[in-house]
Design a binder for this molecule. Sequence first.
Ligand code: FES
Length: 211
Amino acid sequence: MMGRTQVSWTTACSSVSWTTLWSNFADGTIHDNADRGAIHDTRILFAGSKGFIGMELQAIREIVARHRHRPGAMLPILHEIQQVGGHLPATAIAIIAEALNVSRAEVYGVITFYADFRTEPPGRSIIQVCRGEACQAKGGCELEEHAKRSLGIDFHQTTTDDAVTLEPVFCLGNCACSPSVRVGDEVHGRVDATRFDELVAEAKASSGVGP
Ligand code: FES
């Protein structure tokens, strides 16, 4: 039986880890509770990963099956699939629609309604610029424009080197230190253009993308 010992579950995954993870499910089986726990409990997020490339459909089905009978199952399903794989692929949308007996358009409508969901694999780092009122009152709009100009992309896009995906967010709970930016899991306050560029450089360095 294939094991999971090669995977560092508590750290952000490299692409190698993703390959290892999903090779564990290559026969379409969730092998044991350890594997199951790996899916449920770890924050296997975006760093160094292209998400669902190679992900077995069985893993998506397992997530759907676990939530499908709950009231309001759609959101927890979408959140968990994205948490595991970094985005919501078309195959997941089809599986969710069938399981919940809704149209694919309805699933897609929910995905596009919420800014947090994405249908494309993210870059190695996700940088979120807060567009909440407190941040906008403290220079958030200027910071947003700088972020787009500096990275050469709009919100919901990824730099051509796959290093950074830029996303909007609506309050990071850090209003007292606005404007705020989140890089991965870390929230940074009082971010100006210079600090933003430093954060981008740090994110690229930590994900192995040169300056
Ligand atoms: S509005 Fe930006 S952190 Fe609250």
